[in-house]
Write a protein of this length. Structure first.
Lengths: 114, 112
């Protein structure tokens, strides 16, 4: 079992829908990440939150909107997505974002855009 | 952009054999990490090796790092069917707080 929990596991949505992905960790970590992963490719970083503040946005389109309500929770709000946004979305956490720390990943949300 | 390139892209071996995969990177690093990803699951951290270390072991895993050649290798000894997964190297640097640069990955299939 992973210590980072992501819900839902699967999501199918139309291009006009609004939905949210949720991520939760109870390891006391202060850095949390969103990644996008296409089939047979490595994860691509989207956002990093450090101490509940957005510290990195990798030029992600505004149809993806991250939110960190508290140190244990991370959301990714989705609106007006495109078919090419279909992918596995992974959440991860680390102690405080230092480059010398391992990241702990959830099992992801598999997103399909119709 | 990807910092690491992995070789081979795919590897098929029998149970009990050793599996070796390599990772090369372009810029100076502070650490290199290896992750495993089973099909349909998230990534699992395997091992972290710092730039001042040359070799590290964890169970059946052995990682080497050669900073002069900007390369690392992961050896899995006495492989099992459960080792079937994709393996990614990832590099971290002091000027990339929170950012890991992942390699393209090596798909390993271990047949019984």
């Amino acid at each position: 079992d992973t210590e980072v929990t992501q819900t839902p596991k699967h999501l199918v949505m139309g291009m006009t829908n609004k939905k949210s992905l949720k991520c939760e960790q109870h390891m006391g970590h202060r850095a949390m990440y969103w990644y996008k992963q296409k089939a047979k490719k490595p994860p691509e970083l989207m956002f990093v939150y450090s101490y509940e503040k957005l510290s990195i946005n990798e030029s992600v389109p505004s149809r993806f909107s991250p939110e960190c309500p508290n140190s244990s929770l991370l959301n990714l709000h989705l609106h007006a997505l495109q078919p090419e946004d279909s992918a596995l979305y992974l959440c991860a956490s680390s102690q405080d974002g230092h480059w010398d720390q391992p990241q702990h990943f959830g099992d992801g949300t598999r997103l399909s855009i119709l | 952009s990807q910092q690491g390139e992995e070789d081979p892209q795919a590897l098929s071996i029998q149970e009990g054999e050793n599996a070796t995969m390599n990772c090369s990177y372009k810029t100076s690093i502070n650490n290199l990490q290896w992750y495993r990803q089973n099909s349909g699951r998230g990534l699992v951290h395997l091992i972290l090796i710092r730039s001042n270390e040359r070799e590290k072991h964890s169970g059946r895993l052995r990682v080497t790092l050669d900073t002069s050649k900007k390369s690392s290798s992961l050896l899995i000894t006495a492989s099992r069917a459960a080792d079937t997964a994709s393996y990614f190297c990832a590099t971290g640097t002091t000027d990339s707080w929170g950012k890991l640069q992942f390699g393209a990955g090596t798909q390993v299939v271990v047949t019984p």
